[in-house]
Design a protein around this ligand. Structure first.
Ligand SMILES: Cc1cc2nc3c(=O)[nH]c(=O)nc-3n(C[C@H](O)[C@H](O)[C@H](O)COP(=O)(O)OP(=O)(O)OC[C@H]3O[C@@H](n4cnc5c(N)ncnc54)[C@H](O)[C@@H]3O)c2cc1C
Length: 300
């Protein structure tokens, strides 16, 4: 472990940090450097350090929608998991990037603010949800988005309101090229909090995955006018394809893995799906999941 002491705040930056515990697939190699800043000052220090040493910066939140290369990730991985804090201002809920969705929903309901219940059960952080426009049960996080503050590598802060085209289906421009450091959500005031709590728990139950299982979110975005899961099923991609990872019969756009599975196998399965779908339907799938570090194509 190396202790680097940049000028303003002292923050521990770990060398050769194993990333498998930071990705919900529990696979992948090491980050060249890894940091978990606890506030904005430490965050700026990490970015400054990266700039001075010409190191690329990779941002992760809860790691529930990333696939880490077995070769690791060059440069500094900055995790937002310690950047916590929630405050309420009228109908607005302001959350630091590392706050988990589940906690945010509970606190919102405690303050008689509802609207997020449908996306309960999505694992991960609020900033992760904003950058992929997380959605479930007909509700997208963008429906309640008010603004986000984004820190760019030059140390400047930018405020992004909910402007036209900021969000697409399972995509967003918020956070591209920067670090989301604050998210404001415009929630619905309501006295019917008991109902909201019950609704929330019901959605969490529906999403429940036993702790022993490794299950992903949606790997591909929906092609125009179609569901990626239908396209994958049509191309015969569910079930066994020679890897310790499979597209689920139950949710064909999600991957589950067997013990011992590696990122290389998951990547090979993703590439196989892309090729099969294109060969059989002519559709080019776009990935929703973020790949971190180098991945090499094997002969398929
Ligand atoms: C079992 C399971 C079920 C899931 N179900 C759903 C579902 O129903 N609906 C759905 O939409 N998703 C689902 N997902 C996917 C995932 O949980 C969500 O997309 C989640 O919002 C990702 O948040 P995260 O904090 O884990 O992001 P990460 O996986 O850590 O990162 C995802 C992306 O966001 C970027 N990012 C994260 N934080 C920041 C930041 N502060 N600033 C800039 N960029 C940032 C990362 O660079 C990366 O590109 C599921 C995942 C799993 C494992």
């Amino acid at each position: 472990m190396a202790r680097m002491e940049p000028r303003k705040a002292e923050i521990i930056v770990t060398e050769a940090f194993s990333m498998s515990g930071r990705s919900s697939f529990h696979t992948g190699g090491r980050a060249e450097y890894y940091a978990e800043p606890r506030d904005l000052e430490e965050t700026r220090s990490v970015l400054e350090l990266a700039y001075k040493r010409s190191l690329p910066v990779t941002i992760i939140g809860g790691g529930t929608h990333i696939l880490v290369s077995e070769e690791g990730i060059p440069g500094i991985v900055l995790s937002t998991r310690e950047l916590r804090g929630i405050s309420i201002k009228g109908d607005l809920l302001l959350a630091s990037p590392g706050e988990m969705l589940d906690i945010i929903i509970n606190i919102a309901i405690e303050h008689s603010l509802i609207g997020l219940e449908e996306i309960a059960g999505i694992p991960g952080t609020i900033a992760g949800a904003i950058t992929v426009n997380a959605n479930a049960n007909g509700r997208s996080i963008s429906d309640l988005f008010f603004y986000a503050d984004v820190l760019t590598p030059d140390g400047r802060m930018h405020r992004y309101p909910n402007y036209h085209d900021a969000f697409g289906s399972q995509s967003s421009v918020i956070g591209r090229g920067g670090l989301v450091v604050m998210v404001a959500l415009n929630l619905i005031p309501s006295k019917r909090t008991a109902e909201a709590r019950m609704r929330k728990e019901e959605y969490v139950e529906r999403m429940f995955i036993p702790p022993c299982a490794r299950f992903s979110g949606e790997i591909f975005r929906d092609p125009e006018g179609m569901k990626a899961e239908d396209v994958l099923r049509e191309a015969g991609m569910t079930g066994y394809h020679g890897f310790r990872a499979e597209f689920s019969e139950y949710q064909p756009n999600s991957i589950f893995t067997y013990p011992g599975c590696t990122s290389d196998e998951i990547y090979a399965l993703i590439r196989t799906a892309e090729k099969e779908v294109e060969d059989k339907t002519g559709i080019r799938l776009t990935r929703s999941i973020t790949l971190l570090g180098p991945f090499r194509d094997q002969a398929l």
